[in-house]
Design a protein around this ligand. Sequence first.
Ligand SMILES: [Zn+2]
Length: 422
Amino acid sequence: MKKFFVSILWIMLSVATYGQFDSLFYHHTLRIDYENVGNSDTSFFALKDVKIEPFWGGSQIHLLDTFGYGNYFFKVFDSVSGNLIFSRGYSTLFAEWRVTKEAKRGMRSFAESVVMPLPRRAARIEFYRRSKGVFVPFYTYYYSPTDYFVGKDQYDKYPVFEALSSGDPARKVDIVLLPEGYTEEEMGKFIDDCMFFTKEFFTYEPYASLKNKFNIHAVLAPSAESGVDIPKDSIFRNTLLDMSFDTFGTDRYLMTPDFRKVRDIAANAPYDQIYIIVNTNKYGGGAIYNYYNTCISGNLKASKVFIHEFGHGFAGLGDEYGYGDDMKDLYSKNEEPWEPNLTSLVHFEQKWKAMVDKNTPVPTPATAKYKDKVGAFEGGGYVKKGIYRPQQECLMRSFKGRKFCAVCRDAIRKMILFYAGE
Ligand SMILES: [Zn+2]
């Protein structure tokens, strides 16, 4: 038993110091690219490529994921000790597509990719997907440092503009901004847009009071043509990241199916989060947890889109609005959603119940009496019934105000401190 506790203590210490990071990892990224192929019923994982990238921008202190968010999860085990040395949760575009009508009719494949610090020794990397609320294993990759098929330096090099520098990437949240649909002549406009979003971002809490925890890098990578695809208007452009409006038939949903190309451009800087700025005035955006964020450059609502989408991509926040359309099956009413700001009330105690005043009823009526109270207000996760949100208004629900609800602010703050190694 004593030995058991000693080994637990060793694991805790092993992820608590820089020295231990250096004994387990190099300061580079190991990237695993794969295809996620399937339909609404079934899916397959097919390995595509394994690469080493020059930077590791993530924490060297918090190596194990303590949040458990996302539809997917991976764990890295050291082959010598057998210890778990790194883990992260994430979601994917494929996971969203699987609940669309199209996924009931046929198969599609999506290019996906995960990154981790480069292990010094051989490692076993286990992939999990969420099924009925729990992560189940579905693929294992064995990494060997002597595998000569693991590629190095396979990406196009571009200059990097520093929009905000606060210090060592290992102790900061590093956001890399990527340009989509900016030509060589428009790189100056991209820099101006980056500075606009950097300024706006830190006018919202909790980012404003934690500004010194962030670095923001911008990769100056031009597109052949200006603008972006709008398939419903028969507009198609030859651009760097192949972004498109009308994703899954939704006008404003602005995404790319080629995540590997996104990673290739992001590899020019150390990063924790990827943010793609799209050169257009048309309203739109999108984000997926620990995957990538997208925002339009020139719309009046652009800064609120930027803040809202980063809530998804960075802190795993769910949408707090409900309308009841194709996405009504995204959340089961019989289990807790993994997003920290949504509840089905099945296990409300695992969510923000402790933040609810004892005089506030649950569910909470959306009346003037509870206007600024934390409770459980019905409507969220794209449905009007059965999913509840923490407060009546929040930037994850609408753009009426400039504030996140108390639960979202808390979730964002915790994620900032996790990446900053505190
Ligand atoms: Zn909220």
